[in-house]
Design a protein around this ligand. Structure first.
Ligand SMILES: Cc1cc2nc3c(=O)[nH]c(=O)nc-3n(C[C@H](O)[C@H](O)[C@H](O)COP(=O)(O)OP(=O)(O)OC[C@H]3O[C@@H](n4cnc5c(N)ncnc54)[C@H](O)[C@@H]3O)c2cc1C
Length: 421
């Protein structure tokens, strides 16, 4: 049986580790933190995970929170506002399969604990290139799943797959309490029985997204994520200021510029932890194969190679689907050597669909253009189209080609009876 070393105990590393374990392999996961340290760490986001990637976790029996209604998000309300606060478009639907919204510290802390309990080998170590060299004699394959900002000198940038050279947003995610995500939806049937995510594009200014989520203590709170275009007015956040004070500042900004969004957070405060996730995230694609000084090829996956701004929630969803595919590729490869050509071909197969996560994210970062507006407006009047469109968030490749091609978009709108209506 092959020896597979996985560096990083996040979405990619652990999902792949569990998959290999279930397939009879004996993978080793290297984590820079113990389960308790992960659970008590700061600076980890809450993520929305869509149906297609949740199915992969279900196949591996990893959805420990499945029965917990606090982490389920059934409906999505997507709106576009003018910079002056006027609502321009509203597109709403339910997800085919409820999305999951959860504090990643709880998810990965529990997963790492379970991985060991299920017979996986865990080594607590902050890996370096030297440690990878040390693993080399006993590893048939080294998978680097150490996330964003790690091993950046090891994996070469691939500009041919990138649209931006710099970060396009100032990102500030707050853990909040007492947001009212059902506000303004009162007329809709049974709406308060359903969990909703609110996604607001503020044209030329940025985005504000909110969703309920399951906290580490097992109760429901909400997160609110500001994606501010630098220099466009909403980039008011500062790493060095108190989180609570910044949250009040953000609320005041909404009150002044976006009163309809403000209504959702009017009564809210930051959750007791008084924490946030803050930064700028340059969208980057790297080459997936790197070589250690000894010449050994290692395989980079997920955020170690492809980093998307979280503006439209593609990172973890993409990582999960990539690992679903990689698991099959490893099993299919049997006892053959894991060469750099094999790694590259595995990546290429993922990129055939994975590239559309980046394309959707980059389109969101540029802001909806006339074509996307036309589609959004049509979807705002047509429930079937809205449903199909918003469910593509979990399978961005299904937006191709019509989300980016006028002729194809018209063909699609015609099918839905919305052309020129
Ligand atoms: C504010 C914000 C909001 C986001 N929201 C969403 C969302 O709603 N939906 C979505 O799909 N994506 C979202 N993302 C992106 C998502 O979190 C990442 O894409 C995803 O977690 C990447 O998975 P990964 O396994 O590559 O890395 P990670 O999940 O970051 O895991 C990497 C792991 O490696 C460990 N590690 C790092 N260095 C070492 C080392 N040297 N040795 C050993 N271990 C190491 C880390 O501790 C970590 O546990 C968001 C990101 C941010 C910043």
């Amino acid at each position: 049986m092959r020896n597979i070393s996985i560096i990083g105990a996040g979405q990619a590393g652990l999902q792949l580790g569990f998959g290999l374990l279930k397939a009879g392999y004996k993978p080793t996961v290297y984590s820079d933190m113990t389960p308790d340290q992960i659970l008590n760490s700061s600076g980890r986001p809450v993520t929305i995970q869509f149906g297609p990637s949740l199915r992969l976790e279900e196949e591996l029996d990893l959805r420990f929170w499945r029965e917990n209604r606090y982490c389920e998000v059934q409906d999505v309300y997507f709106s576009v506002f003018s910079p002056e606060g006027e609502k321009l478009v509203d597109v709403n639907t339910n997800f085919d399969k409820a999305a999951q919204s959860i504090d990643l510290r709880m998810k990965f802390g529990r997963w790492l604990e379970e991985f060991e309990r299920w017979g996986g080998k865990v080594v607590i170590e902050k890996c370096t290139i030297d440690s990878m060299e040390r693993m080399t004699p006993e590893s048939d394959l080294i998978v680097v799943a150490a996330g964003r900002g790690q091993f950046m000198d090891l994996f070469e940038i691939d500009e041919s797959k990138m649209e931006f050279e710099q970060a396009q947003r100032q990102v500030a995610m707050f853990y909040a309490d007492k947001c009212d995500l059902h506000r303004q939806l009162e007329g809709l049937p049974d709406v308060r029985q359903r969990q909703v995510t609110r996604y607001s594009v503020i044209n030329g200014v940025g985005e504000v997204m909110m969703a309920p989520y399951l906290t580490r203590s097992g109760v429901e709170k909400q997160y609110i994520q500001f994606e501010a275009i630098p220099g466009a007015g909403m980039d008011i956040f500062n790493r060095d200021e108190d989180v609570g004070a910044q949250y009040e500042k953000a609320k005041n900004w909404l009150k002044q510029h976006q009163p309809l969004i403000y209504q959702l957070v009017e009564e809210s405060t930051t959750a007791p932890e008084n924490e946030w996730v803050f930064g700028k995230i340059p969208p980057t694609v790297r080459k997936p194969v790197a070589y250690l000084p000894s010449g050994k090829a290692v395989f980079g996956v997920a955020d170690a190679v492809i980093v998307n701004d979280p503006v439209i929630a593609q990172g973890l969803n993409g990582a999960s689907k990539w690992m679903g595919l990689l698991l099959k590729q490893i099993i299919k490869h049997g006892e053959k050597p894991f060469t750099s050509d094999w790694m590259q071909s595995c990546f290429d197969e993922y990129w055939e669909t994975g590239q559309f996560n980046n394309k959707l994210t980059n389109t969101a970062l540029r802001g909806p253009g006339p074509l996307q507006f036309k589609i959004l407006k049509a979807a705002s009047k047509n429930e079937r189209l809205a449903h199909m469109f918003l469910n593509c968030l979990g399978e961005a490749y299904k937006l191709d080609p019509w989300y980016w091609n006028e002729v194809e978009a018209d063909r699609l709108l015609d099918q839905y009876g919305e052309l020129d209506s």
